[in-house]
Design a protein around this ligand. Structure first.
Ligand code: HEM
Length: 493
């Protein structure tokens, strides 16, 4: 018995030695960045705090430096931490590291559209989408007017609450929803429209579920977990339901399409599809268009909506900041004129607050995963083709040298000593380089105009004492999801 025990122990020991030496060999032959030793199957997952991965990555960066290798289950990942490493990867190696890492929860979008496309159509789809978005964003019927047209609807809906407590999720969310619906489908929804509320709840639920531990697991072990019950099924179902809605709009648009006179983003893509129908490499199929439009739809709604919702909670925690904003709005715009983008130049405090909201909440803390499109030399290491690369955004947005006390909400992070707006190159909530957010310009305009309009017309009232407001995210994963809360808005005149 004792002999058997010793033999088994020896065999285990040998197996571990073998594993370590194979791992070391693989590592040194590829010259991968350093990192913790991975266990079979789970990799380094057990060394991570799955409820707060950005925090674990911070700790690992202290140990291994700004570029390190991790194994999330079977997947090899190179993490880039801090301004210099992230900037270098996104800007100096922009082609080699611009692939998109696979996100199994969005398998339906894989290699189609823009966001989850890691295939040959990504570049052209992105370029064409950006061009159309730019065309729709400029001129008389551009984004500024589009947002300004939406403001009275939002204010009216807020007035209807009559100073009573309400959950801002859908009221506030409907404003960016309508802006993007107008760009994509030339459509405007009533704030109580069932379809609009349903779609927003799908976006909202997915953003929440994607940020939970289970989805973190699913995205790394999808081949094992796919057929098991769990919230990943809900995410996949929600993605399909959004696609169905978009496909139905596409069908309607296709039937009534006049390629010489496109009505919206969808028409522009359909017209391009018709134009290239007989070319050797048709860029667009109906399938690719519906994923592209669905990408814009949820990315264009949930991000801006969550930022606004988080922003209002932060302002209730800091009534002294809200007070200064009211003062600046009254001085520059007055009580009745609809805010305009030109006002931003004269409103450094509001500008700084909007930047600080985005910096503080770090909405997409670990960024979306990138992928090395070829073997890439990076700081003396080699990142092999196909490796997932994570250029973490929180590590840049919460840099303590650039933003002293980064965990505190301080508009002064973006103000100089004379109270003028202070630019920071560390402000990267939209990432940078070839994958930089397609909607950055639109989102920034919406955040400034909607927030200014709300504060021009209302005082925010919390249901609890400001010091009891907890700003910690409800869950941290794909996104930093704000806690549920209610508030009252009290008309200012
Ligand atoms: C506060 C608002 C927003 C934030 C914080 C945000 C953030 C981001 C981030 C971090 C990425 C990943 C970049 C990377 O992979 O390096 C991204 C990608 C993207 N965003 Fe946004 N976004 C916002 C609003 C929008 C809006 C309004 C739209 C649509 C009009 C949009 C459309 C996209 C698209 C299509 C991509 C994929 C780009 C690609 O893979 O080539 N986003 N965004």
């Amino acid at each position: 018995m004792a002999v058997l025990g010793i033999t088994v122990a020896l065999l285990c020991w040998l197996a571990i030695l073998l594993l370590v030496s194979v791992w070391k060999q693989v590592h040194s032959s590829w010259n991968l960045p350093p990192g913790p030793f991975p266990l079979p199957i789970v990799g380094n997952l057990l060394q991570l705090e799955l409820k707060n991965i950005p925090k674990s990555l911070n700790k690992m960066a202290e140990r291994f430096g700004p570029v390190f290798t991790l194994y999330l289950g079977p997947r090899r990942v190179v993490v880039l931490h801090g301004y210099k490493a992230v900037r270098e990867a996104l800007l100096d190696h922009k082609s080699e590291l611009s692939g998109r890492g696979y996100i199994p929860a969005f398998q339906e979008h894989r290699n189609k559209g823009v966001i989850f496309n890691n295939g040959p159509t990504w570049k052209d789809t992105r370029r064409f989408s950006l061009m159309v978005l730019r065309d729709y964003g400029m001129g008389k019927q551009g984004n500024e007017e589009r947002i300004q047209r939406e403001i009275p609807f939002l204010l009216e809906e807020l007035r209807k609450t009559k100073g009573q407590p309400f959950d801002p999720t859908f009221v506030i969310g409907c404003a960016p929803f309508n802006v993007i619906a107008d760009i994509l489908f030339c459509k405007h929804f009533d704030y109580n429209d069932k379809k609009c509320l349903r779609l927003m709840s799908l976006f909202n639920e997915n953003f929440y579920l994607l940020s939970t531990t289970w989805l973190e697991f699913y995205n790394n072990f999808s081949s094992y977990l796919h057929y098991l019950p769990g919230s990943h099924r809900k995410v996949l179902k929600n993605v399909s339901e959004i696609r169905e809605y978009v496909s139905a709009r596409l069908k309607e648009h296709h039937q009534s399409l006049d390629p010489t006179c496109p009505r919206d983003f969808t028409d522009c893509l359909l017209a391009e599809m018709e134009k290239r129908k007989h070319s050797a490499e048709p860029l667009y199929t109906l399938d690719n268009i519906s994923v592209t439009v669905a990408d814009m739809f949820f990315a264009g709604t949930e991000t801006t909506s969550t930022t606004l919702r988080y922003g209002l909670l932060i302002l209730m925690k800091h009534p002294e900041i809200e007070e200064k904003l009211h003062e600046e709005i009254d001085r520059v715009i007055g009580p009745s004129r609809v805010p305009a983008t030109k006002d931003r130049m004269q409103m450094p405090y509001m500008d700084a607050v909007v930047h600080e909201i985005q910096r503080f909440i770090s909405l997409v803390p670990s960024n979306l995963p990138h992928e090395a499109t070829q073997d890439t030399r990076f700081r003396g290491y080699v990142i092999p083709k196909g490796t997932t690369v994570i250029p973490t955004l929180t590590s840049v947005l919460h840099d303590s040298k650039e933003f002293p006390e980064p965990e505190k909400f301080k508009p002064e992070h973006f103000l100089d000593e004379r109270g003028k707006f202070k630019y920071s190159d560390y402000f990267k909530p939209f990432s940078a380089g070839k994958r930089v957010c397609v909607g950055e310009g639109l989102a920034r305009m919406e955040l400034f105009l909607f927030l200014t309009a709300i504060l021009q017309n209302f005082n925010l009232k919390s249901l609890v004492h400001p010091k009891d407001i907890d700003l910690s995210p409800m869950t941290i994963g794909f996104g930093n999801v704000p806690p549920h809360y209610k508030l009252c808005v009290i008309p200012r005149s």
